[in-house]
Design a protein around this ligand. Sequence first.
Ligand code: NAD
Ligand code: TYD
Length: 355
Amino acid sequence: MKKILITGGAGFIGSHVVRRFTTQYPTYQIYNLDALTYAGNLENLSDIDALPNYHFVKGDITDAAFIDELFQLHDFTGVIHLAAESHVDRSISDPLSFVMTNVVGTANLLNAARKAWKDELGKPDRTRLFYHVSTDEVYGELHDPNEFFLETTKYDPRSPYSASKASSDHFVRAYHATYKLPVVISNCSNNYGPNHFPEKLIPLMIHNIIQNKPLPVYGKGENVRDWLYVEDHARAIDVIFHKGMVGETYNIGGHNEWKNLDLVLLLCKTMDEKLGREAGTSEKLITYVTDRAGHDLRYAIDATKLKNELAWEPSLQFAEGLERTVDWYLNNTAWLENVTSGTYQKYYEGMYAIR
Ligand code: NAD
Ligand code: TYD
């Protein structure tokens, strides 16, 4: 029987991973460990939380004693680690919380797994796996339009967020080299889709267009991101978790580069059509604001290794993914209202730490 710990499962990507694993693998027991920070929202899982193979644990990965206790209580066969502080702008105003969760929290999980799995470390059969979910931002920024991030690209993080994720990746590799902990890492490009917290570009713009509020474009809007639909990322995680080689790294990307301004203009056009507004209405809301400090120019992934070795490719065209995303936000205005007002957080007060 597989007993899998998924950390950060109440967040954006984590909720899609939890849904995929609980529904595709009914024989697996899935434990979602989440501290329910501002980014964690159990409403994201309301459609699956009654499933018999789903279990929620409220807890903080920075608490080493608690994490050790959890690994003693449950004989986890796998870990899929997504819990993190994930927003670059927050990392600029509060870098140390990123060190705590992303670096110390990851080290706590690695250490608990090392102790719990001590009798099996280094054995050839793949009975345990620690899967670390990371970002392409660890590679820094690209300037040459013909260049892409490969698994071998040198690390060059430039924000406190990417530095903390790079550090966590190094700890994962160090635990593999030193203790033979069975690990796998993936580095993914920017995700978009339902349940994305409206502090990030796409959901923020959708929210502000609905509300007729200014659309803040950093600098001149020339920075480029490679966007992947979140369910395609969850499917890649599934494939890598089951078929990836221990000790390996896989880059995941959408082959879908957009300049921020072009993306915001496309969103304005799509939303005008959906909301029955005159063409050009939402575009007038675009407001150029002071650029982000150290703003990375371009991210772009070369996902050839994942395609050739594990036969994964993005399944959705961007136009379809974006339309699905916009429709989801328009059909879930209560979710949007709850997360922007903070209402959802009050339900979690007094929740038990271990279940
Ligand atoms: P998110 O911010 O939406 O969710 C993070 C989740 O982690 C939340 O549910 C939060 O409550 C939980 N969490 C935070 N601190 C915690 C702690 N100390 N203990 C326990 N739980 C805690 O993030 P996301 O966008 O879903 O990203 C998930 C993972 O994927 C992160 O590791 C991120 O670095 C990585 N990633 C994200 C993207 C992206 O575009 N969003 C791209 C590539 C990789
Ligand atoms: P974001 O969604 O924060 O993801 P990341 O910084 O991890 O790539 O931002 C995506 C891009 O959009 C990035 O180049 C910064 C830019 N951006 C804006 O122009 N305005 C905004 O209000 C936000 C949140 C981001």
